[in-house]
Design a binder for this molecule. Sequence first.
Ligand code: PLP
Length: 393
Amino acid sequence: MKLAKRVAALTPSSTLAITAKAKELKAAGHDVIGLGAGEPDFNTPQYIIDAAVQSMEAGHTKYTPAAGLPALKEAIIGKLTKDQDVTYMPSEIFVGTGAKHVLYTLFQALLDEGDEVIIPTPYWVSYPEQVKLAMGTPVYVTGHEESGFKLTPDQLEAAITKRTKALIINSPSNPTGVMYSPDELKALGEVAINYNVLIVSDEIYEKLIYGDSTHTSIAQLSPELKKQTFLINGVSKSHSMTGWRIGYAAGDESLIKAMTNLASHSTSNPTTSAQYGAIAAYTVENNAVEEMRQAFEERLQTAYEKLIQIPGVTCVRPEGAFYLFPNVSETVKLCGFNDVDSWVEALLEEEKVALVPGSGFGSPDNVRLSYATSLDLFMTALERIERFVMSRT
Ligand code: PLP
């Protein structure tokens, strides 16, 4: 079949590719440890499951408004007021089928052919593909390890052209776990305001923050920045609800209206019972989110120390999310490989540990390890990686 050009040109997800290979080996009876997961390994908290079940039993099994139930929009507004101290109107909220599809809908609504979106590297794999699917042009700005992979205001200014429509900020970041400080956000925000570039702020890992760090949304720094920002978030990572597919956007009313129109012709609405679950997630007091955060923090501390002891490995210390993104270029050389991708492949073949190569994130010297798995398994995986490296150096 001759496919549409824009779809044929899609880069397959590197995360899914390695997961498929790991599954294949597992099915063949091998003891594979997959560190590719992009989702928490906990079940959804019971009070959320109960709320969804009750909603179905109460007969809430029909279509809802395209951009979400009014009660869910109110719950999201309440959450944003409480956590970020920013107030939105219901007409400034769009609920979609996961933050991923919210972003997809946003780029479809925002971009004309050739419009540019600035994407700092390393980036979450779906940003460039979504921009390209909307006929936009991704403009990559290289993040350097020495500056914690963070975009600087000078770099941002240099990347802006007449065609620049938006900038993506993902803090804490997938894949690095790095976060921007309020001052860093303010400085980037000033440039964005000066050139009228929309700031797409993906805050999906907001609740997974470690040590003394705290999360700041760029939208909360000033009324001007709130106006310039399109905030993206959802329940997938915070409440371990990846399969429920509920995400949202908060920002410019005309954009929200356009996205709602698009949703009315594509999804119709996010799944009704999942919306009721999300209402519970945002309105019921419960410490499940904090308990999951603590579990991730404990894993990070133990795993990070062990990881950086592997010969040649350097790693920017993450402040959030559940990934480690070490630079392994030295290790790869020590082991006698030409590139990270072939090192990752050999590691999977020989030691049955699945990592995601950094090339898919725009950072070919790195690999991504997810610690959304038990600490025991993670530490066993690190021991295997160490054994693999030692046997070749
Ligand atoms: N943004 C980032 C940075 C992510 O890592 C993910 C999921 O991996 C998403 C958005 C999408 O989350 P969801 O569609 O599950 O809400």
